[in-house]
Write a new protein. Sequence first.
Length: 151
Amino acid sequence: MGTLKLIALDREDLEVISAHLQDAVARIGDFAWLPAEKRFVLILNRFDWLEGEARDRTHHRRRTALHFERVDAVKRQAIQQGNPDAVLNLLAIRFEETDAPGGVVELLFSAGATLRLDVECLEARMSDLGPAWSTTSVPEHESADVPDDSP
């Protein structure tokens, strides 16, 4: 699979980007809030779930840029801004419309870390920046306890 480029203009589009970025890791130092441009940018190492399935079951990561336009404010929770080398694991990205077409984008990371972007409207772009590289580390998630329906 080649490099991936996606744009999100509504919640459903953002869900696709979120799925591709699940388990991406990012250094806090690779986050940039550019208030004069009303843009928030982050660079991540995306775990390429599809690449491993499509090829020889070798797992890969790709350097990927994600940016949001028309951002009015950025709020952080449980993010050590003073530690640029701290690494966060992205779990999901959500959008909640609060004052159409504006709303709030939440980037949810492990350990309760959250970025909250107040946006005039949803406009996000994701672009792979280069080739994939092999990794032996595969993200794992605890499975939810499924109730046993047997009598």
